[in-house]
Design a protein around this ligand. Sequence first.
Ligand SMILES: [Mg+2]
Length: 237
Amino acid sequence: MLDAQAFFFDLDDTLVDFGKARRKGLIALAGQLASRIPDQTPDQLRELQSRIVEDRTRRGLGMPQDGDLRGTRIQVWTEVLDFIGAPDLADPAQLVDDHDLLTRQNLELYPDADASIRWAAERFQVTGIITNGPSDVQWGEVYAVGLDDRVDRVIVAGDIDAFKPDPRIFEAALAGLGIPPEAAVFIGNSAAHDAAGALQAGWSAIWLNRDRDTYPPSLPPPTATVTTLDELPALFG
Ligand SMILES: [Mg+2]
């Protein structure tokens, strides 16, 4: 049975269905872009964008969580426009911003998030969110789904220049509270960023395994694993 004074959630793909919102945002963006160029369909543009991202990942260029994610995404759209022979069709930086806006507009809490946020607020002294990403993007998401006034603390990696699994972001979450790391619990969907990061900072870590994946054997095992947020109260008795 777990016990704790502080309980923090990851945001993307833990409380909000970021992956779905991102895909819907991309469909809308590709539609806007295709309406301005006669020989491209939205599906073609979307597939091209995905292929370029996959190709970068294969070449080890990746889409970094920290560092210059925005610059990388601008580079992807530059490659998309070059590939279709229309480098001046749109400003790649504007496309990144448009995709973020359309993502926010499609962002929703998971069906199990509402009850678990309420449960945590009642059960723990302090609740919060710890999220990786740029300040403007992550705060935009938090406000879009109204989470800002439902937890005590929101810690955004871009604000403090420390990204999960860096222990400094977990230290920042507890700063000034007088709560030791061993009395803090973090839940998130990423084994490497969330579970391993929290453990390294001395916290208990709950891995949220919505997709029934295998936990990477190379990482220290999480304190507990759940497949939905509904399973949380039972862990704490
Ligand atoms: Mg996540």
